[in-house]
Design a protein around this ligand. Structure first.
Ligand SMILES: Cc1cc2nc3c(=O)[nH]c(=O)nc-3n(C[C@H](O)[C@H](O)[C@H](O)COP(=O)(O)OP(=O)(O)OC[C@H]3O[C@@H](n4cnc5c(N)ncnc54)[C@H](O)[C@@H]3O)c2cc1C
Length: 442
């Protein structure tokens, strides 16, 4: 892992002063070691210490806390599991689609409540979520999703007619929408950095710039080595998300896929008045390759998605793609022609973790000494926070209503080795792009 300037990785990572903690030096022994300082690792460490304050816990982060997707994402606290509710129902059956959605509702509430409980300053807002139709075909798709949610006995989701959507946010391309008031938006880097304060106050030993370069099972547990030292633990958690690609034992469980974001300058009061959006909802469209947009605390428009990037071999350096960035900037102009001439100030991207069926997977790796969590796709902000609690239950050997959900310790169809992996991922992506193109015009 080469050392990188974390502040170049997203706008969010520049919004709060942050000094990384020192790297691991020497040999340490703890009860539990967590690899990865994103939301999964941070939440796991938090829930472990909350469950058993006497437990010694070390967290090893290769760069800085929030360096991965957790410090770069759109900041949507939302309930989407996998691709869509109907894809989940098709893949796992209706009962499990319902179970997954209820888990996600709990995840959204857990995150909101933890932010309040631990007083993490992360510009948390609670404006709800709209999935807007941008063509008749997407309207049909979204109406179907809302109906399915109701058939599954899920509440808190309704159809919002196009004229009501326009009262909320003015765009010539927005039709009706899935409306879900439960959801929120936040600044993900402030949340990540805030978590470091919380867990280190609880006694977790946090080491930054400490990439784990070898993981060895030992008779009593696991030994993790970094360039400066080692941690021997009874159990270890691999919270390495898309970077699991670099860990041989996890490589076939998931593959990294890159999503990108553009950001405007802060909008003037006149521009804000022209677009409405007074209630500041998080918004996505219903494409396979979604567009997602929201306002920041200082009223910039953040727009992400449109397309995704793949890599070959062990390449993890696909954050930037000028074609996608330009496409996204044009999308902002198309969605909000009222603010034409607005300046764009930031572009960035980051890797998400994708399983072959695009649903999350967590559980034991081989035996109970190692626990992993992958596959949060582009919707892991809430999910990782509850997964941290689930992982903590697994580590502590506690059977709970969380460890019994169907995606814990499930069998996932593995990704094939390269170059077949790349070709397969490219083929899936091409099919998704084509479907989007057709539906955009229908
Ligand atoms: C651009 C973008 C937009 C997104 N938007 C949203 C959104 O709006 N809402 C939503 O719900 N989800 C969104 N997501 C997805 C969400 O951000 C992720 O699902 C979530 O943050 C994953 O958290 P994590 O802790 O599992 O992984 P990460 O945050 O990626 O953390 C993994 C960490 O492990 C570290 N690491 C890896 N290997 C090693 C090693 N060997 N040794 C030590 N450390 C290591 C990495 O440096 C990294 O910090 C988005 C993702 C991206 C990239």
């Amino acid at each position: 892992m080469k050392k990188e300037d974390f502040r170049e990785k997203s706008y969010w990572l520049t919004t709060r002063p942050y000094s990384p903690f020192p790297a691991l030096s020497g040999d340490k022994t703890v009860d539990v070691a967590v690899v990865g300082g994103g939301f999964t690792g941070l939440s796991t460490a938090y829930h472990l210490k909350k469950a058993d304050p006497a437990l010694s816990v070390a967290l090893l982060e290769g760069q800085v806390i929030g360096f991965g997707a957790s410090g770069r994402n759109g900041g949507f606290n939302m309930t989407l599991f996998g691709l869509t509710l109907s894809v989940t129902a098709l893949r796992f059956g209706r009962a499990r689609a319902r179970e997954a959605h209820l888990y996600m509702e709990r995840a959204v509430d857990t995150l909101r409540d933890l932010v309040a409980l631990e007083k993490i300053s992360c510009d948390y807002e609670h404006p709800g979520f709209l999935r807007v139709a941008t063509s008749r075909s997407y309207e049909k798709r979204i109406r179907h999703e809302v109906e399915l949610a109701h058939k599954l006995g899920l509440s808190g989701i309704s159809w919002m007619e196009a004229d009501r959507v326009q009262e909320e946010v003015k765009s010539p391309v927005f039709g009706g929408a899935w409306w879900e008031p439960r959801c929120g938006i936040l600044n993900p880097a402030k949340l990540s950095f805030g978590w470091r304060d919380v867990i280190s106050n609880l006694g977790v030993a946090v080491y930054e710039q400490s990439p784990v370069i070898s993981i060895q099972k030992t008779p009593g547990g696991v030994r993790l080595s970094t360039p400066g030292g080692s941690v021997t633990a009874k159990k270890a958690v691999l919270a390495t998300n898309a970077y699991s690609h670099l860990i041989p034992a996890l490589r076939t469980k998931q593959t990294p896929v890159w999503t990108r974001i553009v950001l405007t300058e802060p909008l003037s009061p006149e521009r804000m008045a022209a677009i409405g959006w007074q209630n500041r909802q998080g918004i996505e469209d219903a494409r396979n390759l979604v567009h997602y947009f929201r306002l920041t605390a200082d009223n910039r428009i953040l727009m992400g998605g449109r397309d995704v990037g793949l890599s070959t071999g062990l390449d993890m350096d696909k954050d930037n793609d000028p074609v996608t960035f330009e496409g996204l900037e044009n999308d902002v102009r198309q969605v909000f022609p009222q603010i034409s001439g607005v300046r764009f100030t930031h572009r960035w991207g980051g890797p998400v973790s994708v399983t072959t069926d695009m649903a999350p997977a967590l559980g034991f790796l081989g035996d109970e000494r190692l626990v992993y969590s992958v596959g949060c796709v582009g919707h892991g902000v809430s999910l990782t926070h509850l997964n941290g609690r689930t992982v903590s239950d697994l580590v502590l050997g506690r059977k709970s209503d969380l460890t019994s959900v169907f995606f814990v310790n499930r069998k996932v169809l593995p990704w094939p080795p390269d170059p077949v992996r790349f070709v397969a991922a490219k083929a899936i992506l091409a099919a998704m792009r084509l479907d989007d193109r057709v539906r955009d015009r229908m």
